[in-house]
Design a protein around this ligand. Structure first.
Ligand code: PRP
Length: 181
């Protein structure tokens, strides 16, 4: 028998569901204004960002399409996070040529993942290519990536909920909480 998930690891709430919803609504309105004459395709990165993606898409009152990709990152050298290698595990299903592509991320830390994604998607000749992230830790950036829409700048802590996991658990919490570990 497996050990049941330990709920004692869930710490104080950092952002409750109402605060998240309010900010997502603001981002949706902003994007709606900017893409009113566009051909919007939201592209999300599995798995963490799907919760934000689903809420953000419903906050944008425009015709839009959604697509998903999965990437895997692994440390070539565990001592050196900067040397992470990233590769596609699941590619997008549609061509990007001429589309207004908005990459929807749950968090940008070092920016390495996003840098790889943007470089790869940029080669497919979208009309525009921008980024919307729910959470941002700009002070952890080690590569230069432009984030057009950012929900919250957060402290250097571990979080769970609203897509964020600890060992694949707690993504389904409707709020963002500190991880007690
Ligand atoms: C997270 C997040 C970003 C990446 C950001 O993914 O979704 O893709 O890390 O980190 P970086 O800016 O330092 O590259 P994670 O690997 O935790 O996968 P998950 O979404 O499946 O939880």
């Amino acid at each position: 028998m497996t050990t049941p998930p330990d709920r004692s690891l869930i710490g104080d709430v950092y952002l409750n569901a109402e605060a998240i919803a309010a900010r997502v609504a603001e981002l949706g309105t902003e994007i709606e204004t900017d893409y009113r004459d566009g051909d919007l395709l939201l592209v999300s990165v599995l798995k963490g960002a799907v919760f934000f993606m689903a809420d953000l898409a419903r906050a944008i009152d425009l015709p839009l399409e959604m697509d998903f990709m999965a990437i895997s990152s692994y440390q070539q050298d565990r001592e050196d996070q900067d040397r992470r290698a990233i590769r596609f595990m699941k590619d997008l299903e549609q061509p990007l040529q001429g589309r207004d592509v908005l990459v929807v991320e749950d968090i940008v830390d070092t920016g390495l993942t996003l840098h790889y994604i943007l470089r790869s998607l940029g080669l497919r000749e979208p009309r525009s290519l921008e980024v919307c992230t729910l959470l941002d830790r700009p002070y952890r950036r080690i590569t230069d990536v432009h984030v057009r829409y950012s929900g919250f700048t957060i402290p250097d802590d571990f979080f769970v909920g609203y897509g964020f996991d600890y060992r694949q658990l707690y993504r389904n919490l409707p709020y963002l909480a500190f991880l007690k570990i």
